[in-house]
Design a protein around this ligand. Structure first.
Ligand code: WQD
Length: 332
């Protein structure tokens, strides 16, 4: 029996497929290639030496999704497929609400229709809004500052209500903090569309000379050095967190933070990246970015206790692997 991984060619999805295959899970990938490339499949197969069934389908299209559920006896689903650009979600809110909500509803419906009981959902620390750090899973969710974040909160709500009346289902919501880095092979990593919005891909493109300099969004936050603080987690740790979540899943609804529990500032990231890769990253401090919060980091005790999982890789590993991927980038 296979696990269906939707969005399995995306940044987090592809690394999770590798981690699953390494633990001898059989995987089927569904991805519409809207923000990923077919070459990623070959890269995954190069790493794992396993042929992985791939279907280019849109999970928001119920007919093709159901057809896929009819052809396999899935043992569970890990649902990554979704739009994730914060900025684009502000300018195209309907596109985001339609796609992200519809795909999640279709997945839950298909799970019910075909008796697939295990579902892991890709959520985000953004659902905490501007709560007091560290964020823990019992905190009330606060409004986010953009439609992308709202879709994550709404999908969590949809799945919570679904499990409430379908008690035999096993649903886990994973709230990711800031995934960065890449597989150490350098075969897969983050492939942003156009100019990156997120910090690490921006840094690696400055390092490569594709971009001139990094803009640091504000140095007047109430943090250690005034720049924004985030909980950066190596994407392979995050991927292994999914394997742990899938392995430990039991009936009912479960929520876990996947982070390291450590808060790192923008300047700390820049300096670690420079030191570990022997490079200089030119940067200048500009105005704060609209919608940013000062600090976001996780209380990771619940995942550690219940999933027996915690992040193993440090910031140096993240900076080294992110640069190793960008430096050798063959997927264009
Ligand atoms: C990190 C820090 C910026 C870029 C967002 C989404 C979240 C999740 C991940 C995913 C902040 C600063 C950034 C730059 C900078 N979504 N920064 N210069 O904002 O924590 O989270 O991405 O798919 O839902 O909100 O991540 O990497 O954009 O920013 O100074 O060019 O780096 O201000 O402090 P963020 P980020």
């Amino acid at each position: 029996m296979s696990i269906l991984v939707t969005g399995g060619l995306g940044f987090i999805g592809s690394h999770t497929v590798v981690a699953l295959v390494e633990q001898d899970f059989k995987v089927v990938i569904a991805d519409n290639l809207s923000n990923s490339k077919k070459e990623v499949l070959h890269a995954i197969e190069n790493i794992t030496k396993v042929k992985i069934p791939f279907y280019q389908i849109d999970v928001a299209d119920e007919v093709s999704l159901n057809r896929l559920f009819e052809s396999y006896d899935f043992k569970g689903v890990i649902h990554f497929a979704g739009y994730k650009s914060v900025g684009e979600s502000v300018t195209e809110p309907l596109k985001y609400y339609r796609n992200n909500l519809l795909s999640t509803i279709n997945i839950a419906n298909a799970c019910k229709k075909y008796g697939v009981k295990k579902l892991v959902f890709s959520s985000s620390a953004t659902v905490y809004g501007d709560n007091q750090v560290p964020f823990d899973e019992t905190m009330p969710l606060l409004p986010t500052t953009n439609p992308y974040g709202e879709t994550k909160t709404m999908c969590e709500r949809i799945l919570t209500d679904f499990v409430q009346v379908n008690k035999e289902f096993e649903v886990t919501l994973l709230r990711y903090f800031n995934p960065i880095g890449a597989h150490p092979s350098g075969e897969i990593g983050e492939l942003p569309n156009g100019v990156p919005n997120n910090l690490m891909p921006y840094i690696t493109q400055v390092a490569k000379g594709k971009l001139k300099e990094l803009k640091v969004f504000g140095d007047d936050y109430p943090t250690q050095d005034g720049t924004g603080v985030r909980d950066y987690i190596h994407v392979m740790d995050l991927a292994e967190g999914h394997v742990a979540a899938f392995t430990h899943i039991t009936p009912g609804l479960h929520v876990y933070n996947l982070g390291t529990g450590l808060g790192t500032s923008v300047l700390e990231i820049i300096h670690t990246f420079e030191r570990i890769n022997h490079l200089r990253i030119p940067y200048k401090v500009v105005e704060r970015r609209l919608g940013d919060i000062a600090s976001s980091y996780a209380d990771v005790s619940k995942a550690k206790k219940e999933l027996k999982w915690s992040a193993k890789r440090n910031l140096e590993d993240m900076c080294k692997d992110a640069w190793n991927f960008e430096k050798n980038l063959s997927i264009k």
